[in-house]
Structures are given as C-alpha cells and as structure tokens.
Design a protein around this ligand. Structure first.
Ligand code: GLN
Length: 339
C-alpha cells in the first residue's frame, strides 16, 4: 500500500532509536568482532571484473562510527577498494532527496527481485519496470534519473554527493573503471533493455558509464562507516556536521536496504543481523543502526551471492554484542508477568 492509501500523510514520524553504546564498549566489541571473523577463510575474491581478482584475500578492516562522531577502527581500516554496489545506496538517497518519495517509488520501485544483482530476467518479469534500486537494473535507472542536463552533470552530482556522505573528496580508481568498462556487456544490455521499455530517457551507454564510474569510487572501511553513520544520524555527517540528505530520505533509503541490501540473501541477513546493510563485490559492507552507529567492513572474500564473508561475521557479532538488532526487545514488565 502507498502512503496515500494508508492515510498517514498528516501523521508525524516519531523517532524512538534508543541509546548509543558507551565508547569503550564499542572499542572492545569492535576488536572482538574483528578477531572472531579473522578466523574465517571461506569464500572467494570476485573476478568477473578482472582487476578485482588482484585484491589481497586476507585484507580485513572493521570500523564503527557512532552518531556522536566517535571512530572505532581495527585492522585494515585505511585500505582503499572500489565501493561497487554500495554506491547504489547513497546514489539512491541522493535521488530521493532530488525527486521525493512518491516519484522515486513510481520510477524505480522498492520490492525485492529475489534474483541475482545483475539479473535481466527480473526486468522482463516485471514488464520492464526496474523493481529495486539495489540491483543493477534499478541502480542504473536511478543514476540515469539524477538531475543534470548532461551525463557529466549527473556524474558531478554523484561525486559531490558521495563525497559529502564520506566527509572527504572521493576519487575514482581509473584501473577499476577501465577494467569494468571493458567487460560490462551485461550492464550495457540491461540499460538498453530499460531504454526499450521507456524506463530511461538518457543515452543508455552514458548512463552505464556514470554508473561504472560511481562503482569505481575508492573508499576504505572508515569511509563506509562514516557514510553509514550519516544515514544513522538522520542525514547529518557526524564528523563534518554537514547535512547531506533529509531525515525522511534516510528512513526511505534504510527501508530499501533492509529489504534488499544483500541481494538474494537479504532475508537471511535480516534474520541473523536485523539491520539495514549494503554489500559490494570488491568486499565492502556498510551497515546502519539507526540513531546509533554506522559500521564499515572490508574483506574481499565473498559468499556465492557476492557478500563479504568476514564482513557479515563481524557485523553479526557487533549487532548481537552491542544490541543493535532493530527487531530485538525486552519485556516492558520485569519478569514478563502481567498479573
Ligand atoms: N559494478 C558492479 C556491477 O555492476 C557492482 C556489482 C556489485 O557490487 N554487486 O556489476
């Protein structure tokens, strides 16, 4: 059901987000989460974008940034890697900010496809309507819809917007960009299919080019944690104090991440970790505990859906040990006896 069908347009949103854990506790738990996940060597480094195969499979960093601006990092938190699909979350937020809740819902949708991130079938099954901005079809449509008279203007909006989320000027890894641009036939096909259904109004090749550049932006685990903390903090970057997007846009973006941030494993992720998150094929993972913290991890070995194995293990530990799961509650009545 839509907002208008639910008849809630005039009902204000109350935020009930609980408390940020104490800084010392976050430091201890972050270290324990890193140690726990370090024991794991399962998964494989992505190689369908040729350059990604050269990543160090043992690299591993975990960083937690709280909404008070505390930075808690351990391991390879400064190692840079391409943001890849994690960019989808933040570009989606920028589009929501520019176009508004209803229009973005109409053009890109919010439902899980249940299919792989680069599925063409998902487009066909839905009459050419991209169903979700966290998989490639919806993400390319999202980028194509950004305001700007030219592809260069749209790229500018991506670069400036994502840099504000990170609180520093991000740069493209040219080697990653060229490696993907030379091999992304499938994404080009997806964009042409979207054009054939009238879903994108710009040159599909240019839309894919901007999308490919956004995926090649270099970040580290700390950047991801800051970007996540900005979504956790109602759209204000807790390190720079700058408002990047509105609180309503954060809420909408986190809802989409909750449903589909880990591709076709999103249900399992939610069941175990209970937080909105977004993964990328270079091994990054960002997780958001609304009103509390952003978590950024980097570990390039992936499960078969393309999600970082160590990242998921460390985040599961953090979620449990810091009490971040948004579905967890204790009884309001001590002992649980109402009588
Ligand atoms: N640039 C990659 C692609 O479009 C991003 C995919 C991902 O991180 N899952 O294929």
């Amino acid at each position: 059901m839509r907002q208008r069908d639910l008849d809630v347009q005039d009902v204000g949103q109350i935020a009930e987000t609980g408390a940020v854990p104490a800084h010392r506790r976050i430091d201890e738990v972050t270290a324990a989460a890193h140690a726990r996940a370090l024991r794991h060597h399962e998964g494989a480094v992505a190689d369908y974008i040729p350059i990604l195969a050269s990543a160090d499979p043992e690299a591993f960093g975990v960083c937690v940034v709280d909404v008070d601006g505390g930075v808690h990092g351990i391991g390879d938190v400064g190692t840079r890697f391409s943001i890849q699909s994690i960019s989808k979350a933040f570009v989606y937020a920028l589009l929501c900010e520019a176009l508004g809740h209803e229009e973005v819902l109409d053009v890109v949708g919010v439902n899980n496809t249940g299919l792989a991130f680069n599925s063409v079938v998902a487009i066909e099954l839905n009459d050419g309507h991209p169903m979700n901005p966290m998989v490639n079809a919806g993400a390319i449509a999202t980028t194509a819809l950004l305001p700007g008279a030219t592809a260069e203007d749209q790229w500018d909006a991506v670069l400036t917007g994502l840099s504000r989320f990170a609180g520093r000027a991000l740069e493209v890894d040219d080697e990653v960009y060229r490696s993907e641009a030379a091999t992304n036939h499938r994404n080009r096909a997806i964009a042409q299919l979207l054009e054939s259904y009238g879903r994108i109004r710009v040159d599909p090749a240019e839309a894919v080019d901007v999308y490919t550049r956004q995926c090649a932006l270099l970040v580290d685990a700390r950047d991801l944690a800051v970007m996540g903390a900005t979504l956790a903090d109602g759209g204000v970057n807790p390190l720079t104090g700058e408002r990047v997007v509105s609180a309503a846009v954060c809420r909408d973006t986190l809802a989409v991440l909750t449903a589909s941030g880990l591709y076709e494993r999103s249900g399992e992720w939610l069941f175990e970790i209970g937080l909105p998150g977004k993964s990328g094929v270079a091994g990054g993972l960002v997780t958001v505990a609304p009103g509390k913290v952003g978590i950024g991890t980097y570990a390039p070995r992936l499960d078969s859906a393309g999600n970082s194995v160590r990242g998921q293990i460390a985040t599961a530990y953090l979620s449990r040990a810091l009490g971040l799961n948004i579905f967890a509650s204790d009884s309001h009545f001590p002992g649980g006896n109402l009588a």
